[in-house]
Design a protein around this ligand. Structure first.
Ligand SMILES: [Zn+2]
Ligand SMILES: [Zn+2]
Length: 314
């Protein structure tokens, strides 16, 4: 397909690449992948992986906060990649659009363990890029359930749609080499939610159970607010183990004071003394509930300090 004209002066250090020293093939490959060959890059510049732009116009972004601690953003969804000396832990996988696995493997060459904060598809959709994933037993019930038929079709076209699920619980710790990550069950927004506490970054990863936009608690048959309150008490009791919080949406990292704000707000809602907002508007949520679906009906927003909860009266 390409003339195999060898460039004897090829400056690229990737000698193992099959296109090494074949400039025409290399440039064509990089045009397709959306970033320039190494010989055409500016030293130190960060290039976006344009090949990962989804049909919805989103793209994976990435940045390193603490050492070897990466945020991978996809629209308003965050995944996290914690790289140890032996292995890496990927917390959540967004919707799985684009080629998430390649994106992750451009950050680290360590074996990647995939784990989920809970079973909602905006956190598990990319799991089928890998052969297995770790999550709670309750999360496993929902993890392969896409939000739409289109997403289900995409899931089935991915490399491992029947990926193996390994169950985690409060006794689970991931040893990544030089850093350990502890699992803390915190089910409320979802019955299978867990938090992760990382010994190296001293970050607490909370999924959808604590964030700066709002926590959604729409089940009226069980008292999610009571469960959430108990979870906040649990996280407060562990606050000597983390310095800041990394949620899955709406800003990261955020201050650990949010835990006590949410605890107070939960107490107020349970006591009926909460301050309700005039409408449901908030970071990542519209002013009015949807006309149908899970985000419809009588939804109220209550706030205290940095904490905000959307719930249905019970
Ligand atoms: Zn969720
Ligand atoms: Zn979510």
């Amino acid at each position: 397909m390409y003339k195999s004209v060898k460039n004897e002066n090829c400056p690229c250090r990737r000698n193992e690449c099959e296109r090494h020293s074949n400039c025409e093939a290399c440039v064509a490959n990089h045009r397709e992948r959306g970033y320039p060959p190494s010989c055409q890059r500016t030293e130190g510049a960060v290039y976006r992986n344009e090949a990962n732009i989804s049909e919805r116009g989103y793209i994976y972004g990435k940045w390193m906060g603490k050492d070897d601690t990466w945020t991978i953003s996809y629209g308003n969804v965050y995944c996290y990649l914690l790289v140890g000396t032996e292995k890496a832990l990927l917390i959540d996988t967004a919707y799985g659009e684009g080629d998430l696995r390649r994106f992750v493997e451009e950050i680290t060459d360590k074996p990647v363990i995939v784990a989920n904060t809970h079973g909602h598809f905006d956190h598990t959709g990319g799991n089928p890029w890998w052969k297995e994933a770790y999550m709670s037993a309750e999360a496993a019930k929902d993890a392969k359930r896409a939000f739409s038929p289109e997403m289900q079709t995409r899931l089935e076209s991915m490399p491992y749609p029947d990926y193996k699920i390994n169950i985690i619980d409060e006794n689970t710790t991931f040893d990544l080499g030089g850093r350990t990550v502890q699992v803390v069950p915190i089910p409320a927004h979802h019955g299978g939610s867990v938090a992760f506490i990382d010994s190296a970054s001293r970050y607490l990863f909370t999924g959808d159970e604590l964030e700066a936009g709002q926590v959604l608690m729409f089940l009226t048959e069980t008292n999610q607010i009571q469960a959430h309150k108990e979870n906040m008490e649990k996280l407060l009791s562990l606050s000597h183990l983390y310095d800041a919080i990394c949620p899955a949406h709406n800003g990261t990292p955020i201050n650990k004071k949010y835990v006590s704000d949410f605890l107070e707000l939960d107490k107020q809602i349970l006591a009926g003394t909460q301050e309700e907002m005039p409408n449901t508007a908030g970071f990542g949520f519209p002013p009015q509930p949807a006309s149908e679906g899970p985000f419809s009906g009588d939804i109220r927003r209550a706030q205290y300090g940095g904490a905000s909860v959307l719930y249905k009266p019970f």
